[in-house]
Design a protein around this ligand. Sequence first.
Ligand code: DX5
Ligand code: ZN
Length: 208
Amino acid sequence: MKVSASFLSSKNIPNDLIKLNETDVDYIHLDIMDGKFVKNKTMPFREMKNIYKYTSKRLDVHLMVSDPLKYIPLYAELNTEYITFHIEVDQDIEKCLNLIKSYSIKAGLAIKPDTPISSLVPYLPYLDMILVMSVEPGAGGQSFIEESENRLEEVRTLLDEYKIDAVINIDGGVNNETVKMCSKADIVVSGSYIISSDDFQEKINTLR
Ligand code: DX5
Ligand code: ZN
């Protein structure tokens, strides 16, 4: 199991990024919110891009924005492995996925807890990642929705059925207990569980 650490709930981002950089965490999960697709808003790109000063980890970028086409070129500039946006956006999904790939970055689609898994089917051939949300997007520190375990299973079945080689990521409320419901995922995102501790590495180990 790979672990992607979210610093959305961090009170001291430079400090927490430096501490995460000393662990063997696989990715930094970068939550981007525009105040439209979700109520909250994260800092603008001109500030966010400075995270490169504190981390050398590859980024797993999660765009919770209504206009991915505007944000993809910005986040493609960073040390980015994946860019993921939401299937619920009112945009040309294929165009957004192709834009990500034009930068040779892996492309993902995120899916909210109430969106049917079957809506992913038309896009499967273009996907490197599926990000299953196990909370409503918009804030860190929420509780894991237990139904997500079945949704992970459903995504795994789809990938097998269509012979698609994409990774499954799960995001929201993942800790040492709820990770037991994530066995069908390849990557787990964890935020407050890691960041609220004084021993990041120990928490990361419990997720693997
Ligand atoms: C929720 C974000 C998550 C969140 C994860 O909108 O996409 O990445 O920050 O944090 P925890 O682990 O605290 O739920
Ligand atoms: Zn996220």
